[in-house]
Design a binder for this molecule. Sequence first.
Ligand code: SF4
Ligand code: SF4
Length: 139
Amino acid sequence: MGQFLPFTKQVLKNLFSEPATTQYPFVPKEYPERTRGHVDINKDQCILCGMCMRSCPPGAIKVDRAGKTWTINRFDCIQCGYCVEKCPKKCLSITPGYQEPGPEKFTYSVEVPYEPPKPAAKPAAAPAANAAAPAQPQA
Ligand code: SF4
Ligand code: SF4
């Protein structure tokens, strides 16, 4: 009987004490300042230039100019922040927090509304100044 006493004491202690871990996902995680987190995009500012894709060391970003999409594979991203530094429009940022766990691996993709400027229409060719004058009828 004496062998159960420490066990019972521990059970009672556990029942009336705070849980040792936070209750994910019911208690939102508070990330410490300077947590790296994940890369976010402000798609309205993106011009699909591809600088982020070219500068990403592990190749986690894909920019499809024709399809107008910006895609990141978060499992490849190492949160180095180089894409954020290189983006000429400053539309990338590193935000605290991580992709929520799920049963499947997936990439995060957004459609970018950017419309590239249309090439200016060429002006109609002006007649050459030294063009030969039309022949005058003979009298
Ligand atoms: S933070 Fe680094 S690894 Fe992640 S997408 Fe940007 S450049 Fe690539
Ligand atoms: S996120 Fe920035 S660097 Fe990447 S394609 Fe858009 S504008 Fe260019």
